[in-house]
Design a protein around this ligand. Sequence first.
Ligand SMILES: [Zn+2]
Length: 224
Amino acid sequence: MARGSGKSREDGARFFAKLAGGLAEAGRSFYARGWVLGTSGNFSAVLRRKPLRLAISPSGADKGFLTSHAFLEIDDRARVLRGNGKPSAEALLHLAVVRARGAGAVLHTHSVWSTVLSEAFAAQGGLGITGFEMLKGLDGVTTHEHREWLPLLENWQDIPALAGELAATLARHPQAHGFLLRGHGLYTWGKDLAEARRHVEILEFLLEVLGRTRGMVRAPGGDS
Ligand SMILES: [Zn+2]
C-alpha cells in the first residue's frame, strides 16, 4: 500500500514535469512570435479531473525564459499545491474553461492583433471569422465556410465575477473555440496541449489576417 502510493506520487510528479515542460516550451515559442511579451499570458494543462488539478504558469514569469520548474500545481479553487509562487488571478478563468469545455489545456496570449481587434469589435460583443482555409485547423471544422464566433468580454478586474460571466458566455456559445478579453488578449483551449497550441496558431493567424485586411481597406481613402 505504502509502496503503491509512493509510486503513484512519483508518477504524479513525472506527469506534472512532462506537462509543465510542454507548457513552458509552448510559452517560449509564443514569446518568440510576439504573442506573450514580457510577463503577459498564461498557460495551463489538466493534471487530473477528480479532484481537479491543473499545472499552471506562475504570476510574473517572463515568458521568454519560462522553464518547467516555474510551474505550479493548483486545485479547483486556484490554491497552490506544488511549486513556489502565486498563480495568476486569471487562473480562475482557466478553471472556468476546463469546467465548461472539458479542455485538457488552456492557453492565453496578449498579442497585438487580439488587443487591437478586441477594441475594434467591442460594440458587437464578439468577432465573426469566415471564409478562410485556416479555419479548418480548428477542432471539428471541415469547411472554410464555417463561421467562427469569438465572444468578447469586458476586461473586468474583478476576476471571480469575470469567471462567472465567462461560464455564462461559454454556455451561450457552445461552438466557440476561444474568446477575447477587451484590450487584453485571446483565450483558447484544446482537448490536449497539442490541440490547444494549434488553436492559438490558427486563431492568431486569423486575427492577424482580419486586422491587416481592415487596415488595407481603410488606408487608401481613409474612409472604410
Ligand atoms: Zn491576460
